[in-house]
Design a protein around this ligand. Sequence first.
Ligand SMILES: Cc1ncc(COP(=O)(O)O)c(C=O)c1O
Length: 405
Amino acid sequence: MSDDFPILAQKINGHQFVYLDSAATSMRPAYVLDRIDAFYKSSAANPHRGVYALAERATAAYEGARASVARFVGVDADEIVFTRNASESLNLVMYCYAALRLGPGDSIVIPISEHHSNLVTWQIAAAKTGAELRYLYVDAQTGYIPDGEIEKKIDKTTKIVAFAHVSNVLGALFPVEKLVSRARDAGAITVLDAAQSVPHLPVDLKGLGVDFAAFSAHKMYGPMGIGVLYGRRALLEEMPPFLYGGDMIEYVREQDTDFAAPPHKFEAGTQNAGGAVGLAAAIEYIDSVGWERIEANEAALMRRLIKGLGDLRHMSIIGDADPDARRYGVASFNIDDVHSHDAATILDSYGIAIRAGAHCAHPLLDYLGVKASCRASLGLYTTERDVDALLECIPLVRRKLGYGD
Ligand SMILES: Cc1ncc(COP(=O)(O)O)c(C=O)c1O
């Protein structure tokens, strides 16, 4: 599969490129790049605005992409709103739903491990409305939410429960069914951050029963600049628009406006139609590889990686260090006495790209008492050779910095 990705064929610093930062952004196969190129070369008029052939083609491509996304996550097309990224999708829910409904005495519940996109957003909601922001604290050793924590924190005051499907630091899969069931009993709505799950496992949003979900095309082999918000139809209908402008209206009079129905009500101005085409192509590409192959490949590589890291000296793994535990795409670790930025810089000199730092999760790292970490993350193109290259080069990091062993 790695042959499908032209960017991976290059050498970096004289070494064959090893890309292990797919959780930050995945690479794109030629199939996706060609489809975007073809759209701009043959069909890129402004969707929804013209009646001539090219405009009709652009509209069909854009709305066809919406239908593909809807099928991909098991919902209806009019429940899919195109945004710029997962962060914007979460902001839309905050501004157009939470900020208008919450007040003092209400609570918002999120895990401590959330990405800043699904954390700062709720801090702002709390600050705007006087609601309390409460955290589910994960087990510091395993990264899972301990028994009892969900029951303790989600209660009748809770109006929003927002959580990642898969943590971008821990790689843990959170118990969506349990969180949704507890939230429902409390009368709260659920917001799923699916940014790190949609590239790694089949996601059926209707089956999971969440009210909103957010993800980005660029983490699932699609282009940057386009994201998705899923919203249950009844909720989208109740919500006011996010931004105002062209193409989100039904009729405009001098003093007031009738807005379009969802999802168009939330898509003001010319949209990223080329991005939508690229996202639909990424879904076709994922479908062509097949979940069975993707999941089997990633599970085997993750086992190899966690086992290999665990066998190294001077190593601490963040989250579940059991190679047989299922981690989804992400392994975070630290090398004793080495700052993650130094480790990542030295690994880059061998052509290996990993992430270093706080991974947009300062509260989690503070809670775990870790300042920063290295993170290696996998995509469907990752090979055993990539994993082994990392495992072979990690010991060189300490040696390069002058440690004896
Ligand atoms: C779990 C999670 N949520 C949200 C985001 C934000 O995604 P984007 O930057 O595409 O908005 C990320 C990005 O790393 C993420 O890992």
